[in-house]
Design a protein. Structure first.
Length: 759
């Protein structure tokens, strides 16, 4: 029905027909449903560790005869560690694919057979620890977090040995040199073993290899103190990287911690404490004041306030009515409440957002992918260049070997790619975490990079620029019937439909307490409207453009006047006559005008694409002061977006099923958090708090991230260039070379973390 009334699925609807976006009472985060999980059909040997990560991938895997396994990883300090783990797993030769999700520290492997033991052994040989992600919550909580001493004992031990060696060197230089050798060997041994493990697991050119060669080489040329200092500074840099990585992951781990492990389940008059993973849809649970929901649930208690800030960014508690859906992780503010669980284990709002974050990490920015490929060539190239510097001058010019070997070792340390490699992922991870914290979910570095280039944003109207909650503004009968008959008859035909206009008509009839006649055989008329039999008469509800023009002539002025005022008009009629019209109007979102003004100030143009009639669209566009295209079918929206995209990068913002093709055609697709599942799956980003102001946040963060990446690359390459020149001139040595690398790594990491604090 309502073929020109912004039906967001692009089709006409009969009552009870599903597929169109629902009317939304308030933004509710439970609608974030990126990809619903389905049960695995793979044998799991009784422990279920081969659980699926998402339905789409799982379906493809089943068709290919693949099993999926996942683990939690411990011991990763930076994104380059993720690549080392992937290389180690691929070396087993039995896996079809392996990927590490750095933000949630997860390894996911697809294989044709059970490869868990092989994978765990391969990763252990590479120096990392795995824990099967099917381990129970109790088992996870039983594993204590590493203590400060466990995390830093090697660094502390090396610091103590360095102080002792320095004091001995002051008292007796000969003994001091021996002490420095012992300190160096103590420090280099675990690094050398790690380098050897990584070589065997398929990663020969790593920072561990460079440090081992540099430290051992320094010992051979007699630079004992410098060799020890190189290792100390390297370990300090590693700890800084680890700290930065944990800060970048903090937003994800905080989200994971929102969902409690335990729940109080009510069975009859009995209450029992159960694991949250044991809850199933239909279970009745009790949540105390100050506690969080363990699953998505429907409120049974008459009224309660919930703090949803951790999920939506909205700081003010929201009052929920009986029957409303509440997302997992929300906090009951003021009272003990009872709820009915609605989500399966692993499918709550938090689980789905986490899945989207994990999925986003696969979509790395082009510059990040380039730098990763570059580093694979860069590191062996630097090693070759260092060898040339150390060997060729003495051979060709008959100079002393020691100074040139020293310069070669220094060059080896200067050329370490750590700062360069981490410069982009550190900034992107911080940018994505900052956006998520503000209720804007961006699916990966590629999407974050694309956002910064957007110059035009196309908006759907209903549910995007407007609230998606239209109200009946006028009921005008044409024949002998009165308003009550017209509204009640239309409501009877519309009853059960999920379309916002249909629900508005039914709600208006309910407000007037009108009894509804019986309607039967309701059905959609593609492109024309909806019909049903009421009192033995076949009646239809259509847009004005779909009724007989000659019949409409007598009422055209009234229709045009209502449409010019921003109303959407539908007409009740049969094959012989028109019985009357019903006008409905949606309200603009509170932040629509200010958001569009802020976007304009950022140099971004806005245009509205709607299936509504031109006069109603013109009224809304006039209030917003933007351009518009009206009476668009889904394919028309695609054509409009494609035409805009040819001129400059375009983002499409929508919430309905019919917006998905246009979102796919745009440079960026952005979904409203309350939108349809299809729109959320298609989109490159989502406004989880359902506020348009999130667009300004996303684009601002994208531009800030771009600037941050440029700064980081300048810092990393600039310091290397300066110290490369000073090394070849004999001005600087090994100590400053390590400081150039560790210092650059610390600087780019600290610079990236500034994005987390960006207002």
């Amino acid at each position: 029905m309502h073929s020109h009334s912004a039906c967001r699925c692009g089709h006409d609807h009969a009552p009870h027909q599903h597929g169109c976006s629902r009317s939304v009472k308030r933004p509710v985060i439970h609608k974030i449903t990126a990809i619903s999980t389905v049960s695995a059909e793979a044998p799991c040997d009784g422990d279920n560790s081969c659980r699926p990560e998402d339905a789409a991938d799982d379906e493809d895997d089943r068709r290919a005869g693949l099993l999926r396994y996942s683990w939690l990883i411990r011991g990763m300090d930076c994104p380059s560690c993720a690549r080392k783990v992937e290389n180690a797993v691929r070396q087993t030769g039995r896996v079809d694919s392996a990927r590490v999700i750095f933000s949630s520290e997860k390894l996911v492997v697809n294989a044709h057979s059970d490869v868990r033991e092989d994978v765990e052994k391969a990763v252990a040989r590479a120096g990392f620890q795995l824990q099967r992600s099917d381990t129970s919550d109790a088992a996870k909580s039983a594993q204590p977090a590493p203590t400060f001493w466990q995390d830093n004992r090697r660094l502390i031990l090396l610091c103590i040995l360095m102080v002792i060696s320095w004091l001995l060197d002051l008292l007796n230089p000969a003994i001091g040199q021996v002490a420095f050798i012992i300190t160096t060997l103590t420090g280099v041994l675990p690094i050398a073993l790690s380098a050897l493990r990584l070589m065997r697991s398929g990663s020969p050119f790593t920072i561990e290899t460079l440090m081992t060669v540099a430290a051992v080489g320094a010992l051979f040329i007699g630079a004992m103190a410098e060799a020890a200092m190189v290792l100390l500074l390297f370990m300090l840099g590693e700890r800084l990287e680890s700290f930065a990585a944990s800060r970048a992951r903090k937003g994800v781990t905080a989200l994971m911690a929102l969902k409690p492990d335990q729940a109080v389940r009510i069975q009859g008059s009995r209450r029992e404490n159960v694991q949250a993973s044991a809850l199933r849809p239909g279970d009745r649970i009790e949540v105390a004041a100050g506690a969080r929901l363990p699953a998505d649930a429907r409120l049974i208690s008459p009224l309660a306030s919930f703090d949803e800030s951790a999920l939506t960014g909205e700081s003010i508690p929201v009052e929920r009515q009986q029957g409303e859906l509440i997302a997992a992780g929300c906090l009951s503010v003021d009272r003990l409440v009872q709820l009915e669980v609605t989500s399966e284990p692993g499918k709550s709002a938090i689980d789905r957002i986490l899945h989207l974050i994990e999925e986003a990490e696969e979509r790395r920015a082009p510059i990040e992918r380039f730098l990763e490929r570059f580093s694979r060539v860069y590191t062996p190239g630097i090693m070759a260049l260092a060898l040339v510097v150390a060997v060729l001058p003495p051979l060709l010019m008959s100079t002393e070997w020691q100074p040139w070997i020293y310069k070669g070792l220094t060059l080896l340390l200067i050329g370490c790619p750590c700062a360069l490699v981490i410069s982009t992922p550190a900034a992107i991870t911080s940018g994505l975490a900052a956006a998520t914290r503000r209720g804007a979910l961006i699916k990966g570095g590629a999407a974050l990079e694309s956002l910064g280039s957007i110059r035009t944003i196309a908006f759907d109207k209903t549910g995007t620029l407007t609230e998606g909650k239209p109200r009946v503004t006028a009921v005008q009968p044409f024949a002998e019937q009165d308003e009550a008959w017209l509204l009640s008859t239309a409501a009877a035909i519309e009853k059960g439909s999920s379309h916002p206009l249909a629900q508005a008509i039914v709600a208006a009839a309910a407000e007037r307490q009108l009894p509804l006649p019986t309607a039967t055989l309701q059905r959609a008329l593609a492109g024309r409207g909806v019909e049903g039999i009421v009192s033995d008469r076949l009646l239809s509800i259509s847009a004005p453009s779909k009724v007989d023009a000659r019949q409409l002539d007598a009422h055209r002025a009234a229709v045009e006047a209502l449409e010019s005022a921003g109303n959407t008009v539908v007409i009740l009629h049969d094959t012989q006559q028109l019985f009357g019209l019903i006008a409905l109007r949606d309200t603009l979102r509170e932040d629509a005008i200010t958001t569009l003004a802020e976007l304009k100030a950022m140099g971004i143009q806005s245009v509205m694409l709607t299936g509504d009639n031109p006069r109603a669209a013109a009224a809304i566009a006039g209030e917003l002061s933007i351009d518009y295209r009206a009476s668009l079918l889904p394919e028309d929206k695609v054509a409009a977006v494609s035409a805009l995209n040819q001129r400059q990068p375009v983002a499409m913002v929508g919430d309905g099923i019919n917006d998905a093709p246009a979102m796919k055609a745009a440079t960026m697709g952005i979904a409203m958090g309350s939108g349809s599942d299809v729109a959320l799956e298609t989109a490159d980003a989502a406004l989880t708090h359902n506020r348009l102001s999130g667009l300004v946040t996303m684009i601002g963060l994208s531009r800030a991230t771009h600037a941050n990446i440029r700064q980081n690359i300048t810092i990393a390459l600039g310091l290397k260039a300066v110290f490369l020149l000073t090394t070849l001139l004999g001005i600087t040595g090994l100590w400053l070379a390590v400081l150039a690398d560790s210092g650059a790594t610390a600087l780019v990491t600290a610079n990236a973390l500034r994005l987390l604090r960006k207002p």
